[in-house]
Design a protein around this ligand. Structure first.
Ligand SMILES: [Fe+2]
Ligand SMILES: [Fe+2]
Length: 267
């Protein structure tokens, strides 16, 4: 079911045939000033390589088809970003994708990373649209990109449940340990960036956190968290309700919101 939901919601578009809109000088300057373009392209390329490797070793034909489709979409994300960068006259050093060594670990790292980052990306994208940080023409072009990340995280959590269920108890414990480690590595990396940002050091390594910093520094942490919760739910709502949803990050954020009380700390 999770594979069919994934493959049946594929969208056919070619980033090379996009007609990039004319952008106002002010918008161009704002986009050029964002510090994360090289990292963003590299992240998508690395994602494409990691997912491709997993597709190559997957033996179930239906699961392999879905994973190969995701690899195609990640590579398309890199091409879409490169199209925008070129249109804006931004030059980035030729990014090389990190080559994964172990297919399953690479896929778990990548899926856990996406589950974590997409939660914030959904909210930031909405804020970028609402505040006019990105003009509507660009929001329209990038909406399928964001939508695809929702499909990817939905696929990943269901794939992980399916994979765990098909393993022997010992192998399953090892698999779950790897999943938990991947999530912890991602969370620690993001926490480090958040601390660096709060100290005033732009990291450049982490485009989700940098994006928040660049889009609107005055936004309260509470509003950001609430927007991320609402947007994540909205993005995942259209898919079959019998499929599992990522719950860990929303749960942690809800908990943090409750412990924050009604304060509106800015980030
Ligand atoms: Fe992607
Ligand atoms: Fe993705």
């Amino acid at each position: 079911m999770f594979c069919r939901e994934f493959t049946s919601t594929f969208r056919n578009y070619d980033p090379r045939s996009i007609r990039w809109p004319w952008l106002h000088e002010e918008t161009l300057a704002r986009l050029r000033a964002l510090p994360f373009w090289a990292q963003a392209v590299k992240t998508e390329r690395t994602a494409g390589a990691r997912v491709r490797l997993m597709a190559d070793v997957e033996r179930d034909p239906l699961v392999r088809e879905a994973i190969a489709m995701q690899a195609f979409e990640e590579t398309r994300h890199a091409a879409l970003l490169e199209g925008l960068i070129e249109h804006c006259g931004i030059t980035v050093p030729e990014p090389s994708a990190d080559q994964p060594r172990n297919a399953e670990w690479g896929f778990i790292r990548m899926g856990s990373g996406e589950v974590f980052d997409s939660f914030f990306a959904f909210g930031l994208f909405k804020i970028a649209a609402d505040t006019g940080f990105f003009p509507p023409e660009l929001i329209q072009i990038f909406d399928p990109f964001i939508e695809e990340e929702a499909r990817h995280i939905l696929f990943f959590v269901n794939w992980a449940a399916w994979r765990g269920r098909n393993l022997s108890p010992g192998a399953r414990a090892w698999f779950e340990l790897r999943r938990a480690s991947a999530m912890a590595i991602q969370a620690m990396g993001r926490m480090e960036t958040a601390i660096n940002l709060s100290r005033g050091a732009g990291a450049g390594e982490d485009f989700v956190m940098d994006a928040h910093d660049a889009i609107d520094k005055s936004i309260t942490l509470r509003r950001l968290a609430e927007t991320c919760l609402v947007e994540t739910e909205r993005r995942l709502a259209p898919y079959d309700e019998r499929l599992l949803r990522p719950t860990l990050v929303p749960r942690l954020v809800r908990l943090a919101l409750r412990s924050m009380g009604n304060g509106g700390a800015t980030m």
